[in-house]
Design a protein around this ligand. Sequence first.
Ligand code: FAD
Ligand code: NAP
Length: 333
Amino acid sequence: MELINNASLKSYTTFGVEAACDHLYRIEDVEELKLAVQYLDQPLILGGGSNILPLGSIHRNVLRVELKGIQIINDSDQPLVKIAAGEIWHEVVLWAIANNLGGIENLSLIPGTVGAAPMQNIGAYGVELANVFHSLEAIEIGSGQLVTFSNEECRFGYRESVFKTELRNKFVIINVTLRLSRQHQVDISYGAIQQTLNDWHIEKPTIRDVSKAVIHIRQSKLPDPAEIGNAGSFFKNPIISSSQFQLLKQEYPYMPGYPAGDHVKVPAGWLIEQAGWKGKRIGNVGCYEKQALVLVNLGNAKGEEVWSFAQEIIESVRIKFNVQLTPEVNLWS
Ligand code: FAD
Ligand code: NAP
């Protein structure tokens, strides 16, 4: 374990906003993590910092989970693979492809760690973690007790889980077990993947082809956090009633919407763009010119500046469409 007093979180989050932190612990060992969560008061858990916006200084103990290891625990057509929480998600995707294991290729290039993936049930291009998730082990903060959660117990939803709601800041996830597959069924239902594969004249895509297409699309559309600070989609796509969607459609015939049970999912990026924010800049904060759902740190933005920019967007979308946007990013204070 390494303790850094008076740390700066700037290089530990992809938004790259300056934020002092009283005590930052980097932990590579499960037993040390158990002790830390028993003896440190209400710690905050940090992975790759790609979905966090610190608002000012953090007067808390921050535990950065750096546990490593990947293990196939029953080799079969659908092996279970147990992965330590500190592994980098995208490296695991590449490892799976190299081992001919399918199921997570659409989730290529999502930044962050494996331990954070269940938090918001990471998803992209029609696939979400819940599709391949078997179970996870977590340590309860306070007691240090080890608890196993099944897929059902995680209560996964659209960019949601029990760890983001009722059990927020109550557990540290230490490993995740996925059920991957050697019998591949690729999902290329999202238009952009299909289009890219068509452009490449690939008729029967392999999991590697799909991963390459996803990487290609993402690199052409999303800002690289190493160059421009951001945390991906700042807001969740709102899910609205079908009746509200029909009403809005009368006024905005080109408004996109996708079925979500008996509701409709509306792309937040479209709403933000229509409200006039795409490419707009206030001080050090901007709305990314290629994807309005992404807010960017254009210089030395403070977390509070990003948040006040986000609140202006929320308000203007509410006024224009009567739709409430909620942040997907975790606000730390
Ligand atoms: P962090 O940002 O460190 O933490 C996020 C939350 O999880 C915090 O509340 C933290 O306390 C908690 N947490 C972290 N580790 C643990 C743990 N071990 N135990 C318990 N709680 C923990 N997300 C998607 O779903 N789909 C995408 O396509 C996508 N694309 C992105 C693209 C870009 C360019 C960026 C910057 C972000 C994107 N994201 C996407 C968001 C982000 O990558 C994911 O949410 C990712 O899972 C966050 O991982 P992390 O390790 O960085 O978590
Ligand atoms: P996009 O293709 O421009 O589409 C805009 C939105 O419409 C997406 O958010 C997506 O919802 C929805 N959508 C598009 N096609 C759909 C379909 N066939 N069925 C259902 N919903 C559909 O989106 P993008 O911004 O380039 O992102 C591409 C993918 O990467 C999306 O899945 C997105 O979630 C993911 N992504 C996530 C983050 C993040 O930080 N969370 C950042 C970048 C990209 P969904 O978001 O529900 O898929």
